[in-house]
Write a protein that binds this ligand. Structure first.
Ligand SMILES: Nc1ncnc2c1ncn2[C@@H]1O[C@H](COP(=O)(O)OP(=O)(O)OP(=O)(O)O)[C@@H](O)[C@H]1O
Ligand SMILES: [Mg+2]
Length: 326
């Protein structure tokens, strides 16, 4: 079946003052209709950059984006002229940013910003758009939605702003939602409510979701598949049950081992000794080798190839086969 979204071998390089910064080296993401792909990885591993590049939101003056393929169902996003690409954003392909103020205009009332989405993409009348916006604010758990429509972003709490942004992203019932840590700033009750809303909408509309998160509890709850990013590379991708039961990459193993079941909620993923590679100084071999408990001579010879263990599972590790029995 054609995936709802397919990103193949994405690479993103920024022009830095001290030379090119390879933020994302080789990231492939695929998510089917109605399914959720969780993207996990330490701070700086390239999660946000991958999402921004997929949305076509990186400044071409500063960032070089390359990909073998970038497709929204059967639409080749790489071949679309910029105006058509922009028209898809917010409509068939929607995004929730890590920081809600990125999506909100501080000078416009919430209601104006929400209704505008429907007026532009759906050509809705003002009255229809207002009704739908109020219903969506209610759905994301905002009390007194009528009154909130008249509020400016700064009059809302951070958690409320994030829910407004989610409402804005969901208004057009996108085919694919890219959500970059949409609930990290929310308290646990609201977080559960927002995740449930995403799931409900998915059940109704078959929306595909790419969810960036640091929270393995959220992964366990939401994911069908998981992509594990390390140093700008997807080191492992698997169905969630397989990943939790039999992680194949040493980084995934370390990641899961470092998260005690009861304590993992809300914590950043960084309980592994050593520091992740900076985008300026990538090791020549496997990106994880300097921190890997199983690194051997071969691991310093070059990047390990991506191997498919099954149609759903890929791993990038020279030693995965011998380690599987260890
Ligand atoms: N505009 C930019 N110019 C130069 N380098 C950048 C830029 N944006 C990101 N980077 C670099 O790219 C790498 C990946 O950054 P990214 O923001 O994608 O990480 P992340 O996985 O989202 O981290 P976090 O969990 O902290 O959000 C980092 O090394 C970062 O410093
Ligand atoms: Mg990020």
């Amino acid at each position: 079946m054609t995936p709802a979204l397919e990103v193949a071998s994405l690479a993103v390089t920024f022009a830095g003052e001290r030379g090119p910064v390879v933020a994302v080296e080789d990231v492939s993401l695929r998510v089917a209709k109605g399914r959720t792909l969780c993207v996990v990885g330490e701070s700086g591993s390239g999660k946000s950059v991958s999402i921004l590049a997929t949305m076509g939101l990186l400044d071409p003056e500063r960032a070089t984006v390359q990909a073998a393929a970038l497709r929204l169902a059967d639409v080749d996003l790489l071949a679309l002229p910029p105006a058509r690409r922009r028209a898809i954003n917010g409509d068939r392909l929607a995004m929730v940013f890590q920081d809600p103020m990125t999506s909100l205009n501080p000078y416009l009332r919430i209601g104006t910003q929400l209704t505008e989405v429907l007026e532009v993409h759906r050509k809705s009348s003002r009255k229809d758009a207002e009704q739908q916006a109020i219903a969506m604010l209610e759905a994301v758990g905002i009390s007194a939605p009528h009154a909130r429509m008249r509020a400016y972003p700064h009059e809302l709490s951070g958690g409320m702003r994030q829910r407004v942004v989610l409402a804005m992203a969901l208004l057009c019932q996108p085919d694919v939602l890219l959500a970059d840590e949409p609930t990290t700033a929310l308290d646990v009750t609201i977080q559960a409510q927002v995740l449930k809303l995403i799931q409900d909408l998915q059940a109704r509309t078959e929306m595909a979701v790419v969810l960036v998160t640091h929270d393995m509890g959220v992964v366990a709850h939401m994911a069908d598949d998981v992509a594990v990013l390390y140093g700008g590379v997807v080191v492992e991708r698997a169905a969630v049950a397989e990943l939790f039961a039999r992680p194949r990459h040493p980084y995934t193993r370390a990641l899961l081992a470092s998260i005690p079941a009861a304590e993992h909620r809300g914590q950043r993923l960084q309980a592994i000794a050593g520091t992740p590679p900076s985008a300026l100084t990538r090791p020549p071999g496997c990106v994880f080798a300097p921190r890997c408990a199983f690194a051997a001579a071969i691991c310093l010879t070059g990047r390990p190839p991506q191997e498919a263990l099954s149609p759903d599972q890929t791993v990038r590790c020279f030693r995965h086969a011998e380690l599987a029995d260890a």
